[in-house]
Design a protein around this ligand. Structure first.
Ligand code: SF4
Ligand code: SF4
Length: 117
């Protein structure tokens, strides 16, 4: 891991993984030809599934390692769903999640490059 990656705000955050329901198409599951591990998900209805832990309160995605605001590691980063891949760092929802967990707003001096895929 490079020092740049270690400095990225997401690495010490994880607020989004502690805030939002993570729902996506059944066809993203590994068993259906996708990549998301089936064991970390549950069916919602029809062709929709959710990450375990994201439909309860308090929210905590089952794939997350670490503590909110201290360390955040997605244990399935390479296999995460499109919902997670499309979540925008430094977006309104990112800011809202950080605020809900008492984390300071991102500032212009925070690195804004995306984490390596
Ligand atoms: S995207 Fe935003 S809320 Fe999610 S881990 Fe990164 S800084 Fe935190
Ligand atoms: S799959 Fe990874 S990126 Fe997505 S909510 Fe869970 S821990 Fe966060």
């Amino acid at each position: 891991m490079s020092s740049e990656t270690q400095d990225h705000p997401c690495v010490s955050c994880g607020a989004c993984c502690h805030t939002y329901r993570v729902e996506f198409s059944l066809y993203e599951l590994a068993s259906m030809g996708g990549v998301v591990p089936d064991a970390l998900t549950h069916e919602v209805s029809g062709n929709r599934v959710r990450m375990n832990g994201t439909a309860q309160f308090p929210v905590r995605c089952a794939a997350l390692i670490g503590d909110c605001g201290v360390q955040s590691i997605c244990s399935i980063y390479e296999q995460r769903s499109s919902t997670c891949r499309n979540f925008d760092f430094d977006s309104d929802r990112c800011h809202e999640a950080r605020a809900r967990h008492g984390l300071p707003p991102l500032t212009p001096i925070d690195p804004i490059w995306p984490l390596a895929a």
